[in-house]
Design a protein around this ligand. Structure first.
Ligand SMILES: Nc1ncnc2c1ncn2[C@@H]1O[C@H](COP(=O)(O)OP(=O)(O)O)[C@@H](O)[C@H]1O
Ligand SMILES: [Mg+2]
Length: 346
């Protein structure tokens, strides 16, 4: 109903012109916004404050042109000096969490170790003394429940908000808790939006230093929804060194750049393997490709992580190695990366 009314208003207003820019007041005018509530219209036009005298009669012109619309009760016209882009940015952050930093962990494709990285970076940041939450938004394969060893259904508190499950002093919420890890779900744009909103606004996160989000692989609805609706501090991209994974990682970087999300850096996972028999370094997927690429793309390189059997076992058993064996070589690598991140935000 209000959409119809809005269209009808635009239909009338398009015959008027902004007295300074000479742009018609139609749907494509970037300075014009119309909000309808209970048959009342609020019409906002962004103007240059130095020219405000020239708009003195314009408000009356707008009102006159809408005079005979039977389903419109009142019209309020506001001229604002504020840049439209600013106002729309503020009002569009609908998803809120009280976290000092919200970092999205992304990858071009699945299976490169994104969830393993999320869980172990969370653990490393926790050991460094931060309050941490993990939001598992991977709608295609939620794996935080398994990797953190939590599987109960979260309970709601008296405010009807879900209480995150806690593992190793880290608050965890997963899309897997809501739909079941093995339930195949066909996700459509609005469903992704609704589910993510619930995981933000519908969860009692409390105060956090870092919220890490395990994103689904690729460049789909979840990435866009979060970029548009939440205040992301930035993203970290995980890639393996071989070309195919890098091509997809590049797409991810381009997407984040386009939607204005800061890229904190890129990590090379499964960089090499040290054989426990011969102690030699084997570069199974070749090595160093991500570092090279990060230079080309002008993105920070955060580090390389080897293939490590204990890391894999710890992940499968719900014991992040950064907590169960913080002195191990692989855990040290994670602490180095956590330190780089921490230094940036302390
Ligand atoms: N550095 C690593 N060394 C050994 N195994 C790893 C490493 N990184 C990830 N894995 C393993 O690879 C598999 C895929 O990792 P996962 O984190 O689930 O990937 P993604 O979330 O990108 O799909 C898991 O079994 C995980 O334990
Ligand atoms: Mg995963």
């Amino acid at each position: 109903m209000s959409e119809q009314l809005k269209t009808a208003i635009f239909e009338k207003l398009k015959n008027l012109q902004d007295p300074i820019s000479k742009m018609p007041l139609d749907q494509s005018n970037p300075n014009l916004s119309i909000v309808i509530e209970n048959e009342k219209a609020l019409i906002t036009l962004t103007i240059d404050p130095n020219e405000k005298d020239k708009f003195e009669n314009f408000s009356t012109d707008i009102k006159n042109s809408l005079k005979n619309m039977s389903d419109l009760q009142s019209v309020n016209v506001v001229f604002t000096a504020e840049q439209k882009i600013k106002t729309s940015n503020i009002s569009s952050k609908k998803f809120n969490i009280n976290a000092k930093n919200i970092i999205a962990i992304a990858s071009g494709k699945g299976g490169v170790g994104k969830s393993t990285f999320t869980v172990n970076l969370a653990a490393a940041l926790k050991v460094a003394g931060n309050k941490i939450g993990i939001l598992d938004a991977d709608i295609y394969g939620p794996s935080v429940p398994r990797m953190m060893g939590v599987s109960d259904k979260p309970k709601a508190n008296e405010n009807n908000k879900l209480i995150p499950l806690i593992s190793n002093d880290i608050k965890c919420m997963s899309i897997g808790f809501l739909v079941g890890v093995d339930t195949p779900t066909i996700w459509r744009g609005p469903m992704v939006m609704k589910a993510l909103e619930q995981m933000y606004n519908g969860v009692e996160w409390g105060e956090l230093d870092y919220l890490l989000i395990d994103l689904p692989p690729g460049t789909g609805d979840a990435q866009l929804t979060l970029a548009q609706n939440s205040k992301l501090t930035g993203s970290i991209i995980i890639s393996t060194p071989q070309d195919v994974a890098l091509i997809d990682a590049r797409k991810g970087i381009n997407m984040f750049n386009k939607v204005g999300v800061n890229i904190l850096g890129i990590v090379e996972n499964m960089s090499y393997f040290i054989c426990s028999n011969c102690n030699e370094k084997h570069e199974i997927f070749s090595h160093g490709g991500v570092k090279e690429e990060s230079k080309k793309l002008n993105v920070d390189f955060l580090g390389e992580l080897p293939i490590d059997k204990d890391l894999r076992i710890g992940s499968d058993e719900g014991n992040p190695i950064c907590i169960s064996n913080p002195k191990s070589e692989i855990a040290k690598k994670y602490f180095e990366i956590a330190n780089k991140i921490n230094l940036r935000f302390k």
